[in-house]
Design a protein around this ligand. Structure first.
Ligand SMILES: Cc1cc2nc3c(=O)[nH]c(=O)nc-3n(C[C@H](O)[C@H](O)[C@H](O)COP(=O)(O)OP(=O)(O)OC[C@H]3O[C@@H](n4cnc5c(N)ncnc54)[C@H](O)[C@@H]3O)c2cc1C
Length: 454
């Protein structure tokens, strides 16, 4: 077991991509987060009672360094906790395509002070268009028409850019790569963790932010979590920009429940999403090369600009494939082991938004001080309406967006034309600009020093 001296100044280690463990230069115990005079090591409002007696800094282990993990690390450092952020991959993962942040997720980013940084990396997408085989536009939905809450959101960013921005905001977080939890034992006062590397350590709280297929969640809860197939699988990668690629994203449907979606980025490349209305068995467990092969075979006769997309597929090294599953669990924690982000509630469409909200709420409830168990109960209570709303997605969604037959595509195009017509557009705009429909984010003055969010 490691000993810790509170308020130690930690060294700046090697850059992320090359290191297996890294901590930026920062005091382990920052000033009190509720803007009281600087507290030397701990803050009575944020520190579990048992720690006041021991006079040590509380420790949290967060597994998964994507969006939810670094967001929680950021907030827990604000609370003065010692934070270990563990990532199974050997280095920080910068891959991924266009994602968006909406409604209360935007407020959570604003609370972190990161809104301008995220806006600064906008993908520059202006609209979604639906096109036919001849590249004729069937319908166009511009960002300006929906107050930033339509198909193209105000905050469109590449996943890797958002992950980096959030991760780099967390001062004094100890990063570890290439390791994961093998076993954990929660004795009520803390959690004993054994790592794959052989190390053993004790933490006050363990949070799994490992994505939909979280192994730590399985260690703690067994098979009791429901993974509900959504009936859609997607491959994400980037290709060189083609002559027809511009700031309007283009969506093309081919029979067999296939769609080819081309989106701009701010780096001069085109971001591709190839989707199939199906959950093919075993594809998630294949190596990327084998996944590429399956995708290439499936899209070989899709038509339109697909041949150049498939050419790019083989050349790309930023490939990511997943079958979409909704994670459903009655509680987001068991004792001192907590789930957040996709590991707790994988959704379709608002995963990143919820991956920013969950950590904010968890840290906000812990910031109120007192009993950790009570804070975790409140975390469950506050998050449940967000998750229920986000998972209330019509199951016919993939069937409507990726029709199986040519006749189905014809019907889809006819409906899109109506939706994009001047008569119906204001109705769509009103519906869409109502935000994502998620509840409002609660304010946590103990965490942010502010009584209002946003
Ligand atoms: C490389 C990558 C690319 C992505 N690209 C897209 C995309 O293009 N479009 C899209 O919609 N979504 C994409 N996603 C998913 C998207 O980030 C999430 O749906 C959403 O943002 C919620 O994020 P999260 O942090 O909860 O989980 P995730 O983003 O799934 O991140 C989980 C993290 O935990 C790590 N991990 C897994 N198991 C362990 C373990 N046992 N111990 C430690 N670490 C572990 C993973 O390597 C990963 O970094 C991508 C995710 C990743 C990791």
């Amino acid at each position: 077991m490691r000993t810790r001296s509170p308020c130690a100044v930690r060294p700046l280690n090697a850059p992320k991509e090359e290191s297996t463990s890294r901590t930026r230069l920062a005091r382990t115990c920052p000033a009190s987060v509720n803007h009281a005079p600087a507290a030397p090591c701990s803050n009575a409002r944020t520190t579990p009672p048992e720690h006041n007696a021991r006079m040590t800094t509380p420790r949290i282990l967060i597994t998964g360094a994507s969006i939810a993990g670094p967001a929680l690390a950021f907030w827990m450092r604000k609370l003065g906790w010692e934070v270990v952020l563990l990532e199974r991959a050997k280095a920080f993962r910068r891959g991924g395509q266009n994602i968006d942040v909406r409604g209360p997720g935007r407020d959570a980013l604003a609370a972190m002070g990161l809104l301008d940084a995220v806006k600064g990396r906008n993908t520059t997408e202006q609209a979604w268009t639906f096109v036919d085989e001849d590249n004729t536009v069937i319908a166009r939905f511009g960002q300006e028409e929906f107050g930033g809450e339509g198909p193209t959101a105000e905050l469109e960013i590449l996943r890797g850019d958002l992950a980096s921005i959030v991760d780099e905001a967390g001062d004094g977080v100890e990063h570890r790569y290439g390791d994961w939890i093998e076993t954990l034992h929660d004795d009520g006062a803390g959690v004993e963790v054994s790592f794959h590397s052989g190390a053993k350590e004790r933490f006050d709280l363990v949070v799994a932010a490992e994505g939909a297929r979280s192994r730590t969640r399985e260690l703690v809860l067994g098979q009791s979590t429901t993974l509900e197939p959504f009936g859609l699988s997607s491959a994400y990668f980037s290709i060189p920009k083609g002559q027809n690629d511009h700031q309007d994203a283009r969506w093309f449907n081919a029979p067999g429940g296939r769609s080819v979606f081309l989106r701009p980025d701010a780096q001069g490349r085109t971001r591709v999403v190839l989707s199939i209305q199906e959950q093919p068995s075993g594809w998630d467990d294949l190596e990327p090369q084998a996944q590429k092969q399956k995708i290439a075979e499936r899209f070989a006769d899709a038509g339109w600009e697909t041949p150049r997309v498939l050419e790019g597929l083989w050349a790309t090294d930023d490939f990511y494939f997943h079958s979409i599953e909704l994670v459903k669990m009655p509680r987001f924690n068991k004792g001192r082991v907590v789930m957040t982000g996709d590991a707790a509630w994988a959704v379709m469409g608002s995963g990143t938004t919820l991956a920013l909200i969950g950590p904010y709420v968890l840290a906000g409830e812990l910031a109120k001080g007192g009993d950790i168990a009570a804070a975790l109960d409140r975390y469950n209570d506050v998050m449940r309406p967000f998750v229920d709303k986000a998972q209330d997605i019509p199951s016919w969604g993939p069937k409507a967006l990726q029709p199986q037959s040519r006749a189905g595509i014809g019907i889809q195009h006819a409906l899109l034309k109506v939706a994009a017509s001047p008569a119906v557009r204001p109705l769509i705009a009103r519906f869409a600009s109502g935000g994502s429909g998620l509840p409002e984010l609660p304010a946590y003055p103990e965490l942010t020093g502010r009584t209002r969010v946003g």
